[in-house]
Ligand binder design. Structure first.
Ligand code: ZN
Length: 89
């Protein structure tokens, strides 16, 4: 009896868990040509619950999400300077 079989017996699907970590939650509008994956995307946020679907369905990533994702990477790459406040907020 090893760990894995114990987890399986408990109904724990490890693959599903790993997938959730690797790919961030994506969603799309049933009426839209693109999908979204950034929580701060305004267009994605404006999708009504009635048209909102989980996943990307093979649609391209929305342009706003692309910009947000790029900004996030740039922000993460920029070294933080101690004692300097971020503007705005
Ligand atoms: Zn978006």
């Amino acid at each position: 009896m090893n760990h894995l079989s114990l987890l399986r017996r408990a109904g724990y699907d490890m693959r599903a868990d790993l997938t959730a970590v690797r790919h961030r939650a994506a969603w799309y509008s049933a009426k839209g040509p693109v999908h979204h994956n950034h929580p701060r995307c305004m267009k994605g946020a404006l999708i009504g619950l009635k048209n909102r679907r989980p996943g990307d369905r093979g649609k391209p990533l929305c342009s706003e999400c692309q910009v947000l994702e790029r900004d996030r990477r740039l922000t993460a790459a920029r070294p933080r300077v101690p004692g300097v406040e971020e503007p705005g907020g």
